[in-house]
Design a protein around this ligand. Structure first.
Ligand SMILES: [Zn+2]
Ligand SMILES: [Zn+2]
Length: 184
């Protein structure tokens, strides 16, 4: 079975300059060739559908790939730890070359008569993934004292008071309520 990520480019490279529009949808990582990330990190499921729309333009010794790639990601809200889903839509402008010369460190390699778009798509998507997503902009997070989800419930927890002021509060309290245990 041939992968849509593998694009034949022999004719493009022969007729310089010429262009080829590449547009397809495919699983993000069909053959599971890319290592999964840590459980806490934002990631893309291997079977998630990626949309690829690129324009390949040949120049002497290589190709320029320009367009957009889009993939759905999943992660964890940094404040309340609930699952978060999102979509990365990334602008791409990269080069494929026959062999890397000076200044080509970032370029991908043409493999025979083909370019493999999979590494390019993965790099573009992973660079765009949010490191610490939020389930919503105004997520109220978890109470640091009892752990309750403040988006769903409220609790009576209060931040611990500075001990110097705590003493003062106690004095005021007894002073304001005479007649209880003080006068027995
Ligand atoms: Zn949240
Ligand atoms: Zn609480």
């Amino acid at each position: 079975m041939s992968s849509p990520y593998l694009v034949p480019v022999a004719q493009l490279l022969r007729d310089v300059p010429s262009t080829l529009l590449v547009s397809f949808e495919a699983p993000f990582d069909e053959s599971h060739e890319f290592a999964p990330r840590g459980a806490a990190e934002t990631d893309v499921f291997p079977e998630a559908t990626v949309k690829v729309k690129l324009r390949l333009e040949s120049f002497s010794g290589g190709l320029r790939a320009k367009g957009h790639v889009e993939a759905p990601w999943h992660g964890t809200c940094r404040r309340c730890s609930t699952p978060v889903l999102g979509i990365s839509n990334v602008a791409v402008d990269e080069r494929f070359v026959d062999e890397r010369g000076p200044g080509d460190e970032e370029a991908y390699l043409i493999e025979g008569d083909f370019v493999d778009l999979a590494p390019l798509v993965h790099d573009a998507i992973f660079l765009d993934l949010p490191l610490a997503p939020l389930c919503r902009e105004d997520c109220r997070g978890l109470c640091p004292y009892c752990g309750i989800d403040r988006n769903e419930a409220t609790c009576e927890c209060q931040a611990p008071v500075d001990p110097r002021w705590a003493t003062l509060d106690g004095l005021r309290f007894t002073g304001a309520e005479p007649g209880e245990s003080n006068e027995v």
